[in-house]
Design a protein around this ligand. Structure first.
Ligand code: AVI
Length: 335
């Protein structure tokens, strides 16, 4: 479906269902995860309306340095980034998982003030976010050509290859790569590469390895927002799958493994209990202090991220870091 506003376009490639297929897939994943030993639930289900609002709150937390560090590095390096992007002439600036494009707007502003020739292609699975962003950019930058795409990453990348033939600069910011397992991250970056041509650029946001205490605090904040974000998953299961989780009987627990460079989050059952899910008509048993794994957030060294890029078919152009060296936006070129 294609909706045209004054100069902006919204392309909706999302699967249209009445919600029952999504609910069935959610129920299947939850049933599988809770039947395994050790138990797990996927972090992709964090982001319902409440989870998305809580994630916005996380990004503003004093302990959650990631967003501030990336924002500040983009502000610091935006002039050089804009020049590097535009060195080959006109390009499509593709923003994977754009959301409200809070950080990308710094780059858009810079590209406009340097009068670089480009159009902006934000992509996100949230139709509401893409409509809002499109409307917002129409007001902030009425002359900018924006084609917002509502799609899952893979569908969006295929559309991109088929419909946009000019040079591309793809952004994948915010340490979203960290929520993939390492092999899946490499697989995803390889997929991006497959949909690009030699010379196209890719800017990857990575949270860098650092003092384990700094990382741990970011996922175990004093005000308990991250705990609420994690526990919301059980609340979502209650609401959407007819579960009867007692949220007070579970606690958020986070630990950082400095050898593997991975932040792990769990929901721990504080007593022996049973939970029933109407959607699967099954009872799941939890032993006292049994943990359900809910999220991994992988941290990278510059060398590890460079290797991931080169294995996927990119060469590293440069790495932009914030002043404290906490976060990097790494610019790769497709070879
Ligand atoms: C979305 N993602 C990059 C966040 C992260 O840091 O892994 C999600 C998050 N989980 C807990 N806090 C933030």
């Amino acid at each position: 479906m294609l909706l045209q506003t004054t100069s902006n376009t919204l392309i909706d490639l999302s699967r249209k269902t009445d919600g029952s297929q999504d609910r069935a897939a959610f129920a299947k994943d939850v049933a599988e995860g809770l039947s395994q030993h050790p138990k797990k639930l996927s972090s992709r289900y964090f982001y319902d309306a409440t989870g998305s609002r809580l994630f916005q709150e996380i990004m503003a937390l004093p302990e959650y340095y990631l967003t501030r560090a990336e924002f500040s590095l983009i502000r610091q390096h935006r002039s050089a980034m804009a020049k590097a992007f535009a060195a080959g002439g006109f390009f499509h600036l593709v923003d994977l998982g754009a959301g409200d494009a809070m950080k990308t707007k710094l780059l858009l502003q810079e590209l406009v003030s340097q009068e670089k020739p480009f159009d902006y292609v934000p992509m996100d699975i949230s139709g509401a976010a893409m409509k809002e962003l499109s409307k917002n950019l129409q007001q902030e930058h009425p002359d900018m050509h924006v084609q917002a795409v509502v799609a899952e990453y893979v569908t969006g990348l295929q559309w991109l290859e088929q419909h946009l033939t000019e040079r591309k600069v793809v952004l994948f910011l915010g340490s979203n790569i960290g929520n993939f397992e390492r092999e899946e991250g490499l697989e995803f970056v390889s997929q991006i590469r497959q949909h690009l041509h030699p010379g196209d650029l890719f800017l990857l946001g990575v949270d860098l390895s650092k003092d384990p205490d700094t990382i741990l605090a970011a996922y175990n904040d004093a005000s308990g927002i991250t705990a609420a974000f994690n526990l919301n998953l059980l609340d979502r299961i209650n609401r959407e799958l007819g579960g009867n989780f007692d949220l007070d009987a579970f606690k958020h627990f986070a630990l950082y493994d400095p050898q593997l460079g991975v932040m792990k989050s769990f929901l721990v059952s504080q007593r022996a209990q049973e939970v029933y899910l109407e959607a699967t008509q099954t009872r799941y048993t939890f032993a006292a202090w049994e943990a359900v794994h809910t999220e991994n957030s992988h941290k990278y060294t510059l060398q590890q991220a460079k290797e991931m890029g080169s294995t996927a078919g990119f060469e590293l152009v440069t790495s932009y870091l914030d002043a404290e060296g906490h976060f990097a936006d790494m610019l790769f070129k497709a070879v």
